[in-house]
Design a protein around this ligand. Sequence first.
Ligand SMILES: NC(=O)c1ccc[n+]([C@@H]2O[C@H](COP(=O)([O-])OP(=O)(O)OC[C@H]3O[C@@H](n4cnc5c(N)ncnc54)[C@H](OP(=O)(O)O)[C@@H]3O)[C@@H](O)[C@H]2O)c1
Length: 292
Amino acid sequence: MLTIAFLGATGGCANACLAHTLRNGHNAVALARTPSKLESQLLEQPGLTREILDKHLRIHKGDATNVDDIINTLIIAPKTEIQPCTLVTSIISGIGGAPTMSWTRPNPCDKMTMRIPSLPHIELPNPHITEDTTRTLLQALQRISTEQFGSYDKYAYAAPQLTVISGTGIGSKNGMKDVPYLFRPMYSTLLPEPHADKSNMEKVLNEEREKKETLLARGLVIVRPSFLTGDHRIVPAGEDSGYSKLRVATDESPAAAIGYLVPRQLIGEWIYEEIVNCGGERWAGQGVLLTC
Ligand SMILES: NC(=O)c1ccc[n+]([C@@H]2O[C@H](COP(=O)([O-])OP(=O)(O)OC[C@H]3O[C@@H](n4cnc5c(N)ncnc54)[C@H](OP(=O)(O)O)[C@@H]3O)[C@@H](O)[C@H]2O)c1
C-alpha cells in the first residue's frame, strides 16, 4: 500500500494533489502547522468526507524547519526487535513562503533603519524557506537512515521518492529560457527573492543528486509551474478539469511548455497522475515544466 507524505499541503498545488490522492483511496500523511486549516480545506474538496480523512489521512502538527517533526511525519512504523522501520513511499513538497508585495527595500546604509523606495517586488517572511526546509528534509532522511536502519545499504531499499515544486526561470541549464519573453522583465523585477530561494533549494538538491552512492531520496522530480492561478479546489469526479490543455516539457527541451499561467489544481492533478498514480519513474531526475 502506498503512503504519500505531503509537506505544504495547505498550499493550492499540494492540497489539490492530496485531495486526488485521498479520493483515489491512497493513504497519506501531511505535516501541517495548522491541522484545522488543512482539514477544512480538504473537506471543501469534492468527493472527500470526514470518513475518508479518518481512514486514509494522518495529520502531523509541526513545522517543516524542525527535523524531528519531519522524521515523525515520514516514519509510518518505527523499527522493533522483529520488524524494520516502515517509511512513506513518496514525499511531495509544495512548501513556499507567504508572499507580500513591497515598494521599499532595506537601507544599504547600516546606520539608517528607514527603508528606501524601490521598484515593486515580492518579499517573503522567511526568504530561505524552501532552501531551509529542503535541508531539514535531507537531515531528517539522514537521521532516519542511521537511527532506524543502521546502515545505508538497508535504508536504500526504503528511501522515499521526492517531488518538489520549484518554478520557471530558475533551472541553471535554462536561465530565463523557460519564461515567455513578455514575462521576463516582470520576473526579474518582481521575483528575485523567491527565485534566489528556489535556486538555493535546487543547489541543495543537486548536491544530494551528485552523491550517487548514498542517495537519501530516490527519483527526484522538480516541478516547474508557470505563474500560478486559482486555488486548491479540484473539480468533481467526471467533470472536465482542463487537464488535457496542460502542456508538459522538461528542462532539456522546454519549448513545448513555455507559457504564462497555470491553475494550481492542474499542477496538483498532474503530480497525482504522474507521480502518485503512475509511480513517477518517467520523470525521475528531471525538471518538468507545466503550463496551459
Ligand atoms: N505563485 C506563483 O505563481 C508560483 C509559480 C511557480 C512556483 N511557485 C511555488 O510553488 C509552490 C506551491 O505554491 P502554492 O501557491 O501551491 O502554495 P503556497 O500557497 O505557497 O503554500 C505554501 C505552503 O507551505 C507551507 N509552509 C510554509 N512554511 C512552512 C513551515 N515552516 N512548515 C510547514 N509548512 C510551511 C504553508 O503552510 P501554512 O498554511 O502553515 O502557511 C503552505 O502549506 C511554492 O513553493 C511557490 O513558491 C509559485
